[in-house]
Ligand binder design. Structure first.
Ligand SMILES: NC(=O)c1ccc[n+]([C@@H]2O[C@H](COP(=O)([O-])OP(=O)(O)OC[C@H]3O[C@@H](n4cnc5c(N)ncnc54)[C@H](O)[C@@H]3O)[C@@H](O)[C@H]2O)c1
Ligand SMILES: [Zn+2]
Length: 387
């Protein structure tokens, strides 16, 4: 299996106008982390390795084929363990990482290296943005969401009690090392959920990726993952270069996220993974687009078929009360004004940001995509796309 390498220009940065991100995707690339890092930052002397506690374990990272961390990861003060998942995205952890950057004497020649899921990358990247007004950082994403989405683009953040990702900075990593063989230890459900973001990238700008997912599903070998992750990152890199600060075209990557976020909030992470919610959200957005004549039935059928084939849900679960969902849609931070909602809708040839979606259109689309309705309408052909 060959690896994929490319350079993403124009990432937003706290240290300068923009930064280039070297991206390396492939099986076993983690074993070359140190070489890749010194290639990109030849003057690096000190590193701070920030590792997700959920992956540092013997039964997780201990099972990855690559030997790591490299020797420098074992120098005193060079390792900071952080809690797994959203528990990492707090002011406490952020402050502790800033302390560690200063204690370790990391300069602009050096780097913070973050290993783990998207949450750990978000907080480590944010500490790299704020300590010393910005030091370089390297992302070593180990979950599908982190590899295909979170690692690239420079959005770094922690959570606030008022909401997710409300404190943060734009600070792109100088290097992304996405080792797809690390995904083997990720629970199947999480691996599949992350594929929603891959499909989203396909709709946003890679028809071949969309076709591959629709026709082959998740083949799951190293070559397949390398291709899927690299293609998703390539699409994201293009949008980030055009719109580093997420003010225009980059927001197309919010496809499926308006209703997705509302579902996540209404049902909680145990009942519904982020990616699963996004898959359902793409279905609702697709239905809104269909009603507006932006796409035809065939588009939505193909999307449903592809997502189901990947193992993702596409129907709004009964358990999600419509009124609570609509509350979630209304408090979505992507909303711009009044009762009109901003939504990313498919157009057949890509995605468009539509600013005048009426609340009623969303309600109708959700009702149309309800699980109950699909079951009731199980007459031949009526819900055929669900299988
Ligand atoms: N900055 C961005 O552009 C961006 C984009 C998408 C998501 N995000 C953020 O990323 C987070 C979600 O990322 P996530 O889905 O990776 O979840 P996560 O970071 O919460 O990780 C989920 C769990 O998977 C574990 N894990 C990670 N890799 C593993 C592996 N290889 N084997 C076994 N377990 C592993 C982690 O320890 C954690 O317990 C959210 O906080 C979200 O806001 C950021
Ligand atoms: Zn997402």
């Amino acid at each position: 299996v060959t690896e994929v390498r490319f350079r993403a220009e124009g990432g937003p940065s706290a240290c300068g106008p923009t930064v280039a991100t070297d991206v390396v995707v492939g099986p076993g690339v983690l074993a070359r982390l140190e070489d890749l890092l010194l290639e990109r930052l030849p003057r690096a002397r000190r590193l701070l390795l920030v590792v997700d506690e959920g992956v540092a374990r013997e039964d997780v990272a201990g099972r990855w084929p690559a030997r790591w961390p490299a020797p420098w990861g074992r120098e005193p003060g060079s390792l900071a363990l952080v809690p797994a998942g959203e528990d990492a995205k707090t002011r406490d952890v952020h402050a502790r990482l800033e302390d560690a950057v200063l204690a370790r004497g990391i300069t602009r020649d050096d780097a913070v290296v973050a290993v783990g899921g998207g949450a750990v990358l978000d907080v480590a990247g944010y500490a790299a943005a704020t300590a010393r007004r910005g030091v370089p950082w390297v992302a070593v994403p180990t979950s599908v969401v982190a590899q295909a989405d979170a690692a690239l683009g420079g959005k770094t953040a922690i959570n606030h009690r008022r909401g997710k990702n409300l404190l943060g900075a734009f600070h792109a990593p100088v290097l992304v090392v996405a080792d797809v063989s690390t995904l083997a230890t990720l629970p199947m459900r999480d691996r599949v959920a992350g594929l929603a973001e891959v499909y989203k990238a396909g709709v946003a700008g890679d028809p071949l990726l969309r076709e591959a997912l629709a026709s082959r599903g998740a083949a799951g070998d190293d070559a397949w993952w390398t291709d899927a992750v690299a293609r998703a990152l390539t699409v994201k890199a293009r949008l980030v270069a055009l719109d580093p600060r997420d003010e225009s075209v980059r927001r197309r990557l919010n496809y499926g996220h308006t209703v997705g976020h509302a579902l996540e909030t209404a049902l909680g992470n145990e009942a519904m993974r982020h990616g699963e919610a996004v898959a359902i959200g793409m279905g609702v957005a697709g239905r809104v687009a269909l009603a507006r004549g932006l796409v035809d039935d065939a588009f939505l059928e193909e999307q449903d078929r592809a997502l189901v084939r990947l193992g993702l849900p596409v129907r709004v679960p009964d358990a999600a009360p419509l009124d609570r969902l609509m509350e979630g849609v209304s408090s979505d931070k992507k909303r711009r004004s009044g009762e009109r909602h901003t939504m990313v809708l498919p157009t057949g040839s890509g995605l468009a940001i539509v600013e005048d979606v009426d609340e009623r259109e969303i309600r109708v689309a959700i009702a149309e995509r309800l699980e109950r309705r699909a079951a009731r309408g199980a007459a031949p052909g009526a819900a055929g796309e669900d299988r």
